[in-house]
Write a protein that binds this ligand. Sequence first.
Ligand SMILES: Nc1nc2c(ncn2[C@@H]2O[C@H](COP(=O)(O)OP(=O)(O)O)[C@@H](O)[C@H]2O)c(=O)[nH]1
Ligand SMILES: [Mg+2]
Length: 243
Amino acid sequence: MLIHKYRTMRSLKICYWGPTMSGKTFTITAVKVMKSLEDPKGVFDFVTVADQQTGRTVFFDQAVFGFGSKPETDEYLFKIHVFTTAGQRRLRETRKVVLQGIHGLVIVIDADLDNWEENIWSLRELKELKGEDILNKKIPFTIFVNKQDLPWGKKISQRHVQQLFDSAGVSDLFPNLEDHIFHGSCQQAKTDLQQILQNTPRDILLDKNGHFKREHRPSSFNPLMKSLESIVKNVIKKQFSAQ
Ligand SMILES: Nc1nc2c(ncn2[C@@H]2O[C@H](COP(=O)(O)OP(=O)(O)O)[C@@H](O)[C@H]2O)c(=O)[nH]1
Ligand SMILES: [Mg+2]
């Protein structure tokens, strides 16, 4: 039925929103690396625009992925345009542009407790710039709480996430928060992948088409992949039910 309905590839826009240095660029880079290993044809494009000296995103990063392959073809049903915003406060205008026309949101939270206020500031700005749309259009969202490799006592726990959203005054926009939260660490995912690639022979890691076998994907990648996959599925479900 899906195939019948979507004969041509449909485009969806997903935005990664979060404070500067929370790990948005790292996250979509890690997702892109895993996609390139597992499903290289499904990586259509990948661009990050960073300041040469600081490495900070100056406009946005963009990745374009294929999603939902049509059976017995090389084609995909959906083209997913993934954007990250530039997190620095002064770049508000560029964030406004990136938010235009989004179908889904991945909210990246910096689990470093020292960045509590930065998280609040970023959530408040999201409400200012997009709050009405999020409420009225019920834009699907997931929350990725990054940097779980930080030691206990230094990071935001499950319980803190609701507190954070309450303090920022945005809980009304994001109902049933707990059902949408993924806790993970880009740093851990990178380290785990490097170890597997270094220590496991290629013929064990790759299938007959030269693709990385899913069973070898480090579990630390799951929150990164699932926070995107789950939002894409929810966006598709929502579009479907609207037709
Ligand atoms: N400890 C730790 N540091 C991270 C993690 N993810 C990102 N970082 C660091 O946070 C900084 C900012 O990352 P970046 O992806 O550029 O953040 P962005 O500004 O949100 O795009 C970099 O120095 C990363 O190495 C993580 O999972 N754990
Ligand atoms: Mg960035």
